[in-house]
Design a protein around this ligand. Structure first.
Ligand code: UDP
Length: 450
């Protein structure tokens, strides 16, 4: 594919079809959006492999846009020969599986090699169905942005880009055992940032990173917070915790520390285990009630999975008897884990937002999180949880010991968590996206009309 030169936004780098205008519904929304999610499918279970917050985001936003009248077609790479090329996952939301490369999961490093074929297949699908079908492209992650940069030129529609994570930011905060993001990704991100008509930042901090590190035009960057499904993530009634614990086989008087997410160095699951060991060192009596739960699978396609390493670490620390490893599960089940927890821990080294921390709070569970990236927005320090500088298990254990010994404080934080999370529903996210979409479409329409 021809590279998109930096600063070329708004210029045509590939032969363009003659465009009359993008079409919108009476409420100003695009009639149909092409959502690009090259590397991970909305059909995947989040919390393992390459599926996580981005998958949840894509599906939640698509369903809510469809409810407002916009049809959403999500393009993703076909990883299985038997996957139907077209599937409706909910009214108005189609998943188009695109054959590009082998019918198997590929490592993220192998995916750039499939971007060209993927682009071709997206163009083919549009041409074969109904040319002029899409009014806007929303691409997720830089790989999809590369595809979006090419198809938006061909279709004459705006490209809205969500980066989700940024290679430069990740590389500045690598955890022990994490591989650095390759130069190819950074170069690709720079191209995508230059090509996009609008860039969605999850937080104001990400907006600054896009402009300062990636040279994005500040006028194109808009902050829209992701959300949580506030109908699924609830405290579950006045006895929500007790009932969840009964369902999960957890003692009523347990002090439960919860970690949720892909078990990978970046997320700091080792900090959770080391913190628990420190807590027991400081207060051996806690062994009777302390319970650590890690919910999630390995990240990517690891040869030797990090969850196994965590099991070994738990054994090495002498706490294997109080640690439960749970496989990834659907969100309705996950809500029970959040409710059952006394405190949720999010010791990530880098986090663009941190949906799990938001979901836990929506269930009324306070969060102790590393003071990094999006977690600084997701957790209101001192009100809905505690933000911790660094990852020293001694520091984390001191904070947790204080909290576990102060039920009234935990009660206040739980109320604060509920209050804070209530502002982050997905409808608010979609409201924000709609503003971005309409602004981008108006701009393209004006350009075409000029
Ligand atoms: N998740 C899930 N089941 C699991 C573990 C995680 O559905 O067993 C979901 C979780 O509800 C959240 C997402 O995966 O919405 C993880 O998003 P987050 O932003 O925390 O992390 P990411 O994976 O994007 O790094």
């Amino acid at each position: 594919c021809p590279p998109v030169p930096a600063g070329s936004a708004g210029t045509r780098t590939t032969p363009a079809r003659l465009v009359t205008s993008v079409s919108s519904l009476p409420n100003g929304l695009p009639q149909r959006v092409a959502t690009l999610s090259v590397h991970t499918s909305p059909l995947d279970q989040p919390g393992t492999g390459d599926a996580g917050g981005m998958n949840v985001y894509v599906v939640q936003v698509a369903k809510r846009l469809a409810a407002r009248g916009t049809e959403v077609e999500i393009f993703t790479r076909a990883v299985c020969r038997d996957t139907p090329l077209l599937a409706e996952i909910s009214p108005g939301v189609l998943v188009r599986s695109v054959p590009a490369g082998p019918f198997e999961e590929l490592d993220k490093q192998e995916l750039p090699g499939q971007v060209c074929q993927f682009t071709l297949e997206v163009l083919r699908a549009e041409a074969a169905s109904e040319p002029g079908r899409y009014d806007l492209v929303h691409a997720h992650y830089w790989l999809s942005g590369k595809v979006g940069a090419a198809v938006k030129e061909r279709w004459g529609v705006p490209l809205v880009q969500s980066m989700h994570t940024l290679g430069m930011v990740k590389n500045a905060a690598l955890a022990n055992g994490d591989a650095a993001e390759p130069d190819e990704r950074i170069r690709g991100e720079l191209e995508v940032v230059a090509a996009a008509d609008r860039l969605i930042a999850n937080t104001a901090e990400e907006a600054r990173q896009l402009t300062r590190l990636y040279g994005a035009d500040p006028a194109k960057v808009q902050t829209v917070n992701p959300g949580a499904d506030l109908s699924v993530f609830t405290p579950g009634g006045p006895h929500g915790r007790a009932e969840a614990r009964r369902r999960l086989g957890i003692a009523a008087d347990a002090a439960v520390l919860l970690f949720v997410g892909r078990v990978q160095p970046l997320k700091g699951p080792d900090v959770v285990l080391r913190t628990a060991a420190r807590l027991l060192e400081a207060d051996p009596g806690l062994r009777r009630t302390l319970q650590v739960v890690l919910v999630g699978g390995p990240s990517g396609r690891q040869e030797r999975a990090d969850p196994d390493r965590m099991r070994e670490l738990a054994a090495h620390l002498g706490i294997a008897d109080i640690v439960r490893f749970e496989p990834p599960c659907p969100q309705a089940e996950l809500a029970d884990w959040y409710r059952a927890a006394t405190i949720m821990l999010a010791p990530s080294h880098s986090e663009s937002f941190g949906l799990v921390a938001l979901e836990a709070q929506a269930c009324g569970t306070p969060v102790v999180a590393a003071s990094v990236g999006g977690l600084r927005t997701v957790v209101r320090d001192g009100d809905s949880g505690v933000l911790v500088d660094g990852h020293d298990p001694g520091d984390w254990a001191r904070i947790l010991r204080r909290l576990l010994g102060a039920p009234q404080r935990l009660h206040e934080l739980s109320a604060g968590a509920l209050r804070h999370a209530s502002a982050f529903g997905w409808s608010a996210t979609v409201d924000g996206l709609v503003r971005v979409y309409t602004g981008a479409m108006d701009e393209v329409a004006a350009r075409v009309g000029a």
